[in-house]
Design a protein around this ligand. Structure first.
Ligand code: PPE
Length: 324
């Protein structure tokens, strides 16, 4: 269950959590035409709070909107600022940020209108380990889904689009029903794509491998961070097509994502991966990742947007970005 907070930023206003509603005829609710992001902020060891790679997430939100031909009525700077305001309003020293671009009820029917009735909401809350408390330490059991990742020409796969997630929900439900924590989707040709909400990496000897950029995957910001960290640590990182066979025979497999962070996979389809527990390379990269997001690796300070969670104006409804 989501842990309720006080305020949600909606079109430049702070709205009480329980009143942050949309009309039942919202076009996005009916047809899934909308876009979102998932961002985390962390409390550093020195007591400061920082959002991890905020401008990169905001850029991806604008890219998703662009793919959908939706022009946001806010600038990138305003959305960056609004994410911070949404955290501050709830006094969150560390939290998850969920911006959502959605359409209102102005149009009925598939066509969203010549000038879509566009809105932006930004919710923030505390979110712990996405795949369960033990997942980060012990690793998880996953299954290759019977659902195929959508074809590259069915949707615009690099957008983080609301409707795309039906594919993910089906894979996730199937995996959970069968006693696994997560599903891995293969693409329409049978090659490995990604998890329902995570990118995937394999460790083969000294080499780290992940599906190529052109695969039907989200260009994960955590994926990009892990590739950077791995190379900085001296690992070879390859991007190439991967098969189900590669999954079963790798020394180590792990997921990355904003919510999932770096989650080891210890078993796939009843086959133990490596020794059947998180491997040394995964643990090294996981440690490197948590060092970065906890502010223990100053070399990656460029990925931080610092803020003070204490000076939020949660009692005032209007925010500096209120102009819609
Ligand atoms: N693939 C998919 C399909 C995906 O949804 C995510 C993030 C990723 C890869 C990793 O991308 P990145 O977060 O930029 O490293 N999934 C988000 C939503 C999860 C949810 O259940 O909601 C997230 O992790 O925030």
């Amino acid at each position: 269950m989501i842990q309720k907070e006080k305020w949600i930023w909606m079109d430049g206003r702070m709205v009480p959590w329980d009143e942050a509603n949309v009309h039942v005829l919202s076009h996005t609710l009916h047809y899934g035409y909308g876009a979102f992001e998932g961002i985390r902020s962390y409390l550093h060891d020195d007591g400061r709070s920082a959002v991890f790679r905020l401008p990169d997430h905001v850029d991806r939100l604008f890219q998703s909107a662009h793919l959908l031909e939706l022009g946001l009525p806010f600038s990138r700077e305003e959305v960056n600022e609004a994410c911070i305001e949404a955290l501050k309003a709830n006094g969150l020293a560390a939290g998850y940020i969920r911006p959502l671009v959605y359409l209102g009820p102005a149009e009925v029917g598939v066509y969203p209108g010549d000038e879509p009735d566009l809105h932006l909401a930004i919710a923030t809350w505390k979110w712990g380990a996405y795949l369960g408390g033990e997942a980060l330490k012990a690793g998880i059991r996953v299954k290759v889904s019977t659902y195929t990742k959508f074809h590259v020409n069915s949707v615009l796969v690099k957008g983080k689009v609301v409707g795309h997630y039906v594919n993910s929900v089906l894979a996730k439900m199937e995996a959970k029903r069968e006693g696994y924590t997560e599903g891995i989707l293969l693409d329409h040709q049978g090659y490995v794509a990604e998890g329902s909400g995570e990118n995937l990496f394999l460790v083969r000897g000294k080499t780290i491998v992940t599906p190529e950029d052109g695969a039907t995957i989200l260009d994960g910001i955590t994926r990009d961070s892990i590739i950077t960290l791995a190379r900085d640590l001296g690992y070879e990182v390859e991007k190439r097509r991967l098969t189900r066979n590669d999954l079963y025979t790798s020394d180590e497999v792990f997921f990355t994502g904003t919510a999932a962070e770096v989650t080891p996979i210890r078993e796939i389809d009843r086959r133990a991966i490596g020794q059947g527990r998180p491997g040394p390379v995964t643990l090294e990269l996981q440690r490197a990742f948590f060092d970065v997001v906890s502010g223990r690796s100053p070399a990656y300070d460029r990925w931080m947007t610092y803020y003070s969670p204490k000076d939020g104006a949660s009692d005032g409804r209007e925010t500096s970005t209120a102009h819609v």
